[in-house]
Ligand binder design. Structure first.
Ligand SMILES: NC(=O)c1ccc[n+]([C@@H]2O[C@H](COP(=O)([O-])OP(=O)(O)OC[C@H]3O[C@@H](n4cnc5c(N)ncnc54)[C@H](O)[C@@H]3O)[C@@H](O)[C@H]2O)c1
Ligand SMILES: [Fe+2]
Length: 389
């Protein structure tokens, strides 16, 4: 018997290579007619040539579009506020469309609720602090990915505290998600690696979360199966639409899993690496994953063994211990295969930083609460130290 749990998700998911072309007609799914839309994107996406097509398609439906391209990668709270004040608020859009990686999707989600809530973003840090629903949102991910398109979360960087913090609210779920893997065919290798590993972390952390439940387990398992079978292929042969579609679906399932169960200590320890050393979110997660799982091992050996067997990493002859260890080894092998470093010194981290990192990680209580084992400051330091071999 499982404990009661609650699962909420987006209204519409449109899936398939080329489905971005359906965007103008899908606007009819929204409850109110839309004539002014802000399109939040990134220069790298404009370079793909898709933004012009989208703007033309919307113009053909008499929709005026403001293209916003000034959200920074892994945006600071100040960047999100400034773009809202200078561009979004004066245009007063009736809906928000975003085409991009997790960074712009997260900012777009905050813009949608900022339009209907006159509160500074700082007051929203935490869970369920946004009062009013926002304007409708349509999200189109171009990395695979954060799963942000289906999560009620937005992550901002607080430069003063050298930390990344989550804003969690049911009002951050979009009305329409368009999953078009053809947008990821040209995703550079390093981004394919980091975002693909991030998606795997979402699913494995959800699977071993103290809040895991049958719905999160189902999405997490299928996500890990898809990503495990395709991440190296997507990295080595980025033009494989089959691998890219698998990664895109796996990433969305990861977002659904984490919405239902939450991520845990890997994400908690990754945030200070992003905040203090600018280490890309997915890279920090990938580096930490095998070491946090090794720390958790005695509490979750059966669960890790189940994953190892489902991913064909282990056969019936293996004990649970052996199977679990095979999964941890395979995670390290994937990380190496996609050229993610295993040494934090590459990013300027050394022994003298470990106290500050551990203290910062200990503040991410929302995620540490989901970890199957409690972490003392010494435990946390010991995990970081394993990345200073
Ligand atoms: N909301 C959530 O649930 C959630 C979950 C995990 C992570 N996040 C957050 O998401 C952010 C990371 O997002 P991300 O990993 O998607 O990376 P990103 O959005 O920062 O993008 C990384 C880089 O890739 C480029 N890019 C994106 N798509 C491309 C494409 N198709 N072709 C070429 N270049 C492309 C971008 O311009 C950018 O320079 C972090 O701030 C992280 O904390 C949010
Ligand atoms: Fe993540």
């Amino acid at each position: 018997m499982s404990n009661p749990y609650h699962f909420q998700t987006v209204k519409h998911i449109v899936h398939g290579a080329g489905s971005l072309n359906l965007l103008p007609e899908k606007l009819a799914l929204l409850d109110t007619p839309i004539k002014r839309i802000a399109l939040i994107t990134q220069p790298a996406i404009e370079a793909l040539g898709v933004i012009e097509q989208v703007v033309a398609g919307l113009a053909a439906k008499d929709v005026e579009v403001l293209v916003v391209r000034d959200v920074e990668p892994e945006p600071t709270i100040g960047n999100v506020e400034a773009v809202f004040r200078d561009q979004i608020a004066p245009f007063a859009p009736q809906a928000i469309l975003s085409i991009g990686g997790g960074s712009v999707l997260d900012a777009a989600k905050l813009f949608a609720v900022r339009l209907t809530n006159d509160q500074p973003l700082r007051e929203w840090l935490g869970i369920d602090l946004i009062r009013n629903p926002g304007v409708p949102m349509i999200l189109v991910p171009t990395t695979a990915g954060t799963g942000s398109e289906v999560t009620p979360n937005a992550i901002v960087t607080l430069p003063d505290e050298e930390l990344k913090v989550g804003i969690v609210s049911r009002h951050l779920l979009p009305q329409i998600v368009i999953l078009d893997a053809s947008l990821t065919l040209g995703l550079p290798k390093a981004i394919t690696a980091a975002t693909g590993m991030d998606a795997f972390v979402h699913s494995l952390e959800s699977y071993i979360s103290t809040k895991a439940n049958p719905i999160s387990d189902m999405f997490a398992m299928e996500s890990m199966r898809l990503i495990g079978a395709n991440i190296v292929e997507a990295y080595e042969h980025g033009d494989s639409i089959k691998a890219r579609e698998a990664m895109m679906l796996g990433s969305m399932y990861g977002g659904l899993a984490l919405t239902a169960a939450g991520t845990a200590a890997v994400h908690a320890l990754a945030y200070p690496l992003g905040g203090m050393f600018n280490i890309t979110h997915g890279v920090a997660n990938a580096m930490l994953l095998p070491h946090v799982m090794a720390f958790n091992l005695d509490a979750i050996v059966e669960r890790l063994a189940t994953v190892a067997r489902a991913l064909d990493l282990s056969g019936p002859a293996d004990s649970a211990d052996t199977a679990a260890q095979k999964l941890i080894d395979q995670i390290a092998a994937w990380t190496a295969a996609v050229d993610i470093p295993q040494d934090l010194r590459v990013f300027g981290v050394s022994e003298e930083h470990l106290d500050a990192l551990a203290v910062a990680a200990s503040k991410v209580k929302r995620l540490l609460a989901n970890n199957p084992k409690a972490l003392s400051l010494d435990d946390t330091k010991a995990i970081y130290r394993r990345l200073l071999p």
